[in-house]
Design a protein around this ligand. Sequence first.
Ligand code: C2E
Ligand code: CA
Ligand code: CA
Ligand code: CA
Length: 282
Amino acid sequence: MHEAKRAGGGMIKRYSERSEPRHLDRLTLESDLQHALEREELRLFLQPQVDVDTGRLTGAEALLRWEHPTRGLVSPMHFIPLAEEVGLIIPMGRWVLQTVARQLAHWQQQGLPVVPVAVNISARQFLHQELVEDVRSMLEEHGILPGLLELELTESLMAHNPEVAVQILRELKAMGVRLALDDFGTGYSSLAHLKRFPIDTLKVDQSFMRQVTRDEDDAAIVTATIRMAHSLGLNVVAEGVEQESQRQYLAQQQCDYAQGYYFGKPMPLEAFSALLAGQGDG
Ligand code: C2E
Ligand code: CA
Ligand code: CA
Ligand code: CA
């Protein structure tokens, strides 16, 4: 007991000594992040989603990047949790929705074969009282068909207060916006969510895809997920597809859509627009 306490105390001391630079780093990051919006350092990338059988472009996922003046392109994994914690996710999320709506309107005006764009919504943003009205006014302002916007949500975000979640989802659904369940199978998973929540699409998490052609358990999970989703009338998108063998496996299992480096990495808006224009020619 006594020994354990001493060991614990030692660990705390070492940790605080070591974490001092990291702590400072976090504060700098936080103040930098506050300025990122005003200084227009946020970038939106789009990653293609394709039909598993034909490879045809069927949609895109919007992924946020931060072009930091000295650190270069910062991954959302490094700043979304912090933005969520300090509340900056609200204006940032709004910026993402605005940018997507503007891009969709631009494609429509150019007469390009527009595809739906999926936007990631974080917990705090989802539970923020203005989300539904924000989405509605953005679609109206830019004259966007609601079906061209898909919102990606995670189960953990809805698990906290399922009653409220169902209500928000129903309002979004009534508007005609599409809803996807992201990272399916990770974290707090419940089959009851699939029954209760009015979702259209299920995204199979990339952790199951990595070894899908080599690991029987992963293959079983992916196959069962696709079957179950289809019996519930949902579309399935497999994430993290990097190889032809994975695409083939998904095609055999009748997965609908896929996303991953094999088909295209997240790319700047202009590059994705060029891809869309190319589809129009084909
Ligand atoms: P996510 O929603 O699961 O997004 C998929 C992630 O997988 C992206 O990472 C994407 O670049 C990466 N990816 C795509 N294809 C492949 C592949 O074939 N192999 C591998 N290894 N990775 C692949 P990214 O862009 O770094 O985003 C990380 C996470 O940050 C996202 O995970 C999402 O949770 C969050 N995020 C990104 N943009 C936004 C945003 O606008 N709002 C919110 N709230 N969260 C965002
Ligand atoms: Ca996502
Ligand atoms: Ca995901
Ligand atoms: Ca098919």
